[in-house]
Design a binder for this molecule. Sequence first.
Ligand code: GDP
Length: 219
Amino acid sequence: MRGRRIVHYRRASALLPLEHVSRFHQARFLISAAAPAQFPPDVGAEVAFVGRSNSGKSSAINAIVQRRALARTSKTPGRTRLLNFFELAPLKRLVDLPGYGYANVPEVERRAWLPLIDALRTRASLKGLFVIVDSRRGLTSADEGLLEWALPAHHVHVLLSKADKLNHGEAAAVLRAAAPMLSGRATAQLFSALKGTGVAQAQDTLEAWLACSIIEKGS
Ligand code: GDP
């Protein structure tokens, strides 16, 4: 009886550090910006997350940052037209973008947030874009437009989200089909916030982009 208890205790404590320590444990919400003047100072590094409504963007952010509700998941398409800034660590930020470039956005809203997006694009601290695309839909021409929006200096990485809804063969086919559309300009991976598929790979990419500019700054 005693022996059994000891075994149970040792297994639980061995698992705890791996399962519960976030790589972005300092993550916090900074501001919802409705105008470029409200953006945080343009120092350090930031990475923007973009995807059409319901692409799984909020779930992807929460899975990558390992926080249940850092980005609010929303069932209401196109509800917000604000840029949400989060600090992941000092001078390292994540920016949650509304669905830039997607056709279903009413013209009046589009006019309001285009200047916001363009102001973000030219910030020295913007290092790259994560584009979230529902893997069942695959990359579309609207997503390709984002590759054109990104400056040559920006990294671009596509998360083919909700990959748990595809079987192994379908998932491999989606990844293969994305390659020619990215034409060497961007990288892509399969991702599932639900199952945790690809989360570590996405974290590695995000950390690398955010870290490299800190080295640049110090060098
Ligand atoms: P957003 O509008 O792009 O921020 O998308 P959400 O993160 O709110 O997700 C939209 C819907 O897709 C919600 O019903 C989520 O539960 C669902 N969803 C998000 N990620 C996954 C995933 O990895 N797997 C599955 N099966 N569903 C997901």
